[in-house]
Unconditional design. Structure first.
Length: 182
């Protein structure tokens, strides 16, 4: 009996050491929705659009008590357009020495929204509105797009989640949306 108790506590201490040494990803507990919104036949994203998450009835989804995202508590969930962060590689300001980086490197020139890993993607939609009229190249129709779990950029995942997503379409790829002019 003593042997079983000693073995049990030794096993627990080894497991605790393994957990304390586990590396964590910089995006722990966060996923992203990334949308590539453009016109038919064009590859460039349409800028200055308003993209918000709505529930199945079309009402804006509000992030009450950080239920859906770790940021912007008590605010509607609205997408941002990714932007560049340029750093000088040296102290000189030569154009060839600059490095180009994106705020969210996986989104490149797209719209993105940080969300929690357990986000209920199949219970919400994205509403896309043209709020600036002709300034972005045309008057585009408002469009509501369905989401699914495979539309998430899951950045730090475990084996169970990896196993679940391998049977769907390719994960970590922007959701492509084609807008039509009015």
């Amino acid at each position: 009996m003593k042997f079983c108790i000693v073995f049990f506590f030794t096993f627990l201490s080894i497991q605790a050491q393994d957990l304390s040494q586990a590396q964590h990803c910089g995006y722990d507990f966060t996923s992203y929705l990334v949308l590539n919104v453009h016109e038919e036949g064009a590859s460039t994203n349409i800028k200055n659009l308003k993209l918000t998450l709505v529930d199945l009835d079309g009402n804006e989804l509000v992030n009450t008590n950080n239920k859906y995202s770790w940021s912007d508590d008590k605010k509607p969930l609205t997408f941002l357009f990714n932007y560049r962060i340029d750093d000088d590689a040296t102290t000189t300001n030569n154009a060839e020495n600059k490095k180009e980086r994106w705020f969210f490197p996986y989104a490149k020139d797209n719209y993105f929204l940080p969300i929690i890993n357990s986000f209920p993607a199949d219970q919400v939609k994205v509403k896309i509105e043209d709020v600036d009229g002709k300034e972005n190249g045309g008057l585009f129709e408002t469009q509501i797009v369905d989401l699914g779990y495979f539309d998430l950029f899951v950045l730090c995942s475990n084996q169970a989640r990896d196993y679940a997503v391998q049977f769907g379409r390719k994960a970590n790829k922007p959701l492509e949306v084609i807008l039509k002019k009015k």
